[in-house]
Design a protein around this ligand. Structure first.
Ligand SMILES: NC(=O)c1ccc[n+]([C@@H]2O[C@H](COP(=O)([O-])OP(=O)(O)OC[C@H]3O[C@@H](n4cnc5c(N)ncnc54)[C@H](OP(=O)(O)O)[C@@H]3O)[C@@H](O)[C@H]2O)c1
Length: 309
């Protein structure tokens, strides 16, 4: 059984139905999925629907997973049937909202017994994204000032924690005063409560900024960064006119899965050194309802996770 979309669109396209069991090829493993986390924006990403310009429908969403290796393909020697694993499926392949997912072995890591499957699935995409943004895209260093727009969202919460751990001076935006204590507990030094669509920030005050909200990045994100500073976007390519206007190095990237980082993340979670927030869980059979809830306020902050088997 799987959650699939036969037509492009939003949650209304998702159906819970029989689907062929995928078979691992060379260098791949099949995982019996136990938990699959949702990034609601994934249904808007081009990679969800096509690979190399080829239409992939019907597609299976939800690329963040935990489970048990059920089959190994030829050439895989470092994972074995029965291993408890977690990982991130490349976005232009079928995801993990299914009983089985096939994934390149390098996108999978052993999970260890101290981490629940739900926490592992919930952490993998936002944590790897935050890690890559701060370290590879920004080279954020201790003492630098960073602005995180959406500092308590799924990716935002990891950005805030990791930036704090790196020793940066961390300013985050939240949309409600009730989110401020959580932002501070995650490591924010300064919290700005913005109305959803507005906000003038300190002009050119930040060495780096990142938008962890989504599309339609406001102009003040560009003007907040000092000339020569770095602005990272997660949902869309930057506006080059605004980047030039403020002399900012702006870029967009899509996260890569790296096993060494998955292993480091597993160690951090097991040691209780990062908070992994779970908003709610749904059985896979109610996956469409889970996606539909994306637009609604959540009962608590964190990821929405599908429980598979
Ligand atoms: N490029 C990549 O590799 C990659 C990887 C993962 C995610 N992403 C992208 O990253 C973005 C965030 O994903 P996520 O999973 O972290 O989403 P999320 O959990 O829904 O978090 C969204 C954040 O945005 C805030 N927010 C929502 N609407 C807002 C508005 N109108 N004005 C200001 N703040 C607003 C929310 O704050 P409140 O809760 O206070 O409203 C929350 O902090 C998405 O665009 C996603 O596509 C990209």
């Amino acid at each position: 059984m799987a959650l699939r979309a036969h037509e492009r669109g939003g949650p209304e396209q998702l159906v819970y139905e029989e689907a062929p069991r995928p078979v691992p090829g060379r260098g791949e493993v099949s995982v019996a999925v136990t938990a699959a986390a949702i990034t609601f924006a994934e249904l808007t990403w081009p990679e969800t629907w096509e690979a190399g310009g080829v239409d992939r429908r019907p597609v299976i969403p939800s690329h963040e997973f935990a489970g048990t290796v059920s089959e190994v393909g030829p050439g895989v020697t470092d994972l074995a049937v029965g291993d408890s694993v977690f990982g991130l499926v490349p976005f232009d392949r079928d995801g993990a909202a299914a009983e089985y997912v096939v994934v390149p072995a390098e996108c999978v890591s052993r999970k260890g017994p101290l981490i629940s499957d739900v926490a592992a699935a919930a952490a993998v995409l936002p944590a790897l994204t935050a890690w890559e943004a701060l370290n590879d895209q920004m080279n954020l260093a201790a003492g630098q000032r960073i602005l995180i727009r959406g500092g308590t969202g799924a990716v935002g919460a990891f950005l805030t924690q990791f930036a704090h751990t790196l020793g940066a001076d961390v300013t985050v935006t939240v949309t409600s005063p009730s989110a401020e204590p959580r932002a501070r507990s995650l490591g924010a030094d300064h919290v700005i409560v913005t109305r959803p669509d507005s906000g003038e920030r300190d002009q050119q005050a930040f060495d780096a900024a990142i938008d962890a909200v989504g599309a339609d990045v406001p102009e003040w994100m560009y003007s907040s960064v000092r000339p020569g500073g770095r602005l990272v976007l997660l949902q869309e390519p930057p506006n080059e006119v605004l980047a030039d206007k403020y002399g900012v190095n702006a870029n967009f990237f899509v996260v890569h899965t790296r096993r060494d980082r998955l292993e480091e993340l597993a160690a951090l979670i097991a040691a209780g050194q990062v908070e992994v927030a779970i908003a709610q869980t749904f059985p896979l059979s109610e996956g469409r309802a889970a996606y539909e809830r994306g637009a609604a306020p959540k009962p608590r902050p964190g990821k929405t996770v599908l429980l598979v088997q």
